[in-house]
Design a protein around this ligand. Sequence first.
Ligand code: IFG
Length: 510
Amino acid sequence: MAAGILLVSIAVTGSAGAQSTAAPAAGAMAHSIVPAPASLTMNAGAPFRLDSTSSIVVDNNAEAARTAEMLAALLRSSTGYAIPVLTGSGKAGAIALRVSAAATGEEYQLSVTRDSVRISGTAAGIFRGMQTLRQLLPPAIESDMLLGGTWTIPALTIDDRPRFSWRGAMLDVSRHFFTVDEVKQFIDLLALYKLNVLHLHLSDDQGWRIEIKSRPRLAAMGGATQVGGGPGGFYTQADYAEIVRYARERYVTIVPEIDMPAHSNAALVAYPELSCSRRAPALYTGTEVGWSALCHDNEQTYALIDDVVRELAAITPGPYIHIGGDEVEVLTHDEYVRFVERVQDIVARHGKQMIGWEEIAKARLRSTTLVQPWKGDSGVLALKYGAKLIMSPAKRAYLDMKYTNATELGLAWAGLIEVADAYNWDPATFQAGVTERDIVGVEGPIWSETLRNITAVQYLAIPRLPALAEVGWTPQSGRQWESFRLRIAAHAPRWNYLGVNYYRSPQIPW
Ligand code: IFG
C-alpha cells in the first residue's frame, strides 16, 4: 500500500499570525499538502491513529454534519471502520468538526494530537480543512476497496485561509459536451484542491448546452452536435440543478456562461431571425472563432437574451452570470460597447452580477462587474469603474494548452505550458497596472476543442490545476516551486486510487 510521503523537517514559524511553512531544504518535506497551508507547524508527539473506535463528532450544524458524512464515507470505504457521526462533545479518538462563529471566509484551524483531531472554522472552512486532513492520511485512504494498514495522521497545527477568494476552473461543455457525471468528476478534483468556482462555458458556435424553457429550440437544435460532428447534448434544467447541488455540497459556486454577441452560431441555428443576415446558418462542427454574432441592432436579440438570463438566474444560486463578450469581429467598437452595456443592465435586472472576458472593459461597467483578462492587457480599463479582475492569462492559466510539443491533446496558440510555467507566476504582479487589491482571484479555463471526454480533460488539468490552486490559495511568501514539485509528486498514488488521469511531467520527481 502506498504510504503518504511524510519526510519530516520542522517548519519555521514566523512572527505570530504571519506564519508560513518554511521553504524546506531540498528533499526534506514537512508535508505533501496542496495547496500549501498558510501556516503549518509539525508538533512533537505521537501521531493520531484512526482505528475501529474512531468517530466524527459535530455540533448541531447541518452543514458540518453533511461534511462529516462525506468525510466518514471517505474513511469507511478504505479502512472498513464504522466511523459513526455523532453530535456532542466527543471522546478521545474522535475527529471533531466545529463551526466557529468568529471565523470568516474559508478559514479553518486543524489540530492533530495523539488523542484527537479538530477542525474548526466556517462551514466552508471545515470542508476545506477536510481536504487537508484527507491529504495528511496515506493516499490509500482514497480507495473504495477495503485495505489493511495503519492510518496515522502526524501531530501538527494548521491555521489556514485562502489568499484569493476566487479560485476557479472553467470547463468548455460546448465544443464537446460532457455528461452530468463527468462534470461531477471534475468538481471532485476542484474540491480536493480547495478550488471554489466552476465556470461552465454553456454556449458557443458548436453547441448550446442548457435548456431554456421559453426558447426550446436553443437546446433542441443548438445542442444537436459538437466539434467533429458527434451527438452533442444539453443539460435539462433538472440536470443543471443536480450539478449546482453537487457543487454546493463541496462549496463550489457554479458560474454559467452564455457567450455573446460572438461565439453564437448554435443560437442562430435555432433562431436565425436573430442574425443580421436573417439567413439560417448550418450547425458548425469546426473550430474557427470570431465569425458569428447575434444581431446587435435587432430588438429580438435583447428579448432572447432577457429570456435566457431570466431563466439562468432563476436556476443559479450564485451571484454571477458570465456573458462572454470575447473575439467579436463583426461589430464596430461603438456597436459592441452599446451591446455590452445593454446586456449588463439585463443581468442586473435579474439580480445577478455580470462577468465578461477582458474585451468588455471597453464598455462602461458597474463596479460589481468582474472582468476576466485572458489574452491582452485591456482588462486594466475595468479598474477605473471599481470593477475587479479574475486573472486567467492564457500563457499561464489556459489549461487547454499543450505541456510540450509532444502533447497530443490541447492547443498551442498561447504557447506551451509545463507544470512549472503554470506555477511560477504571481497574479498580483503579472500584469502592469494590476495589483493585489484589483484581483478577486484566478481561474484556469479548459477549452474542449480537442477534448472528447473527462479523461482527456484530466490529462491536461492534472497536475497544472493543483498548481493553479496553490497560486490562488497560498501566500506568495509560502510558495516555492522546489517545494511544490516534491509535494505534488506524492499525489500520484492518490490519483491512481481515484482513477484520475494525469501527465507525468519530467519536471516532477514522481
Ligand atoms: N480563445 C477563445 C476560446 C477558445 C480558446 C482556446 C477565449 C476567451 C481560444 N476565447 O479564450 O473560445 O477557442 O484556447
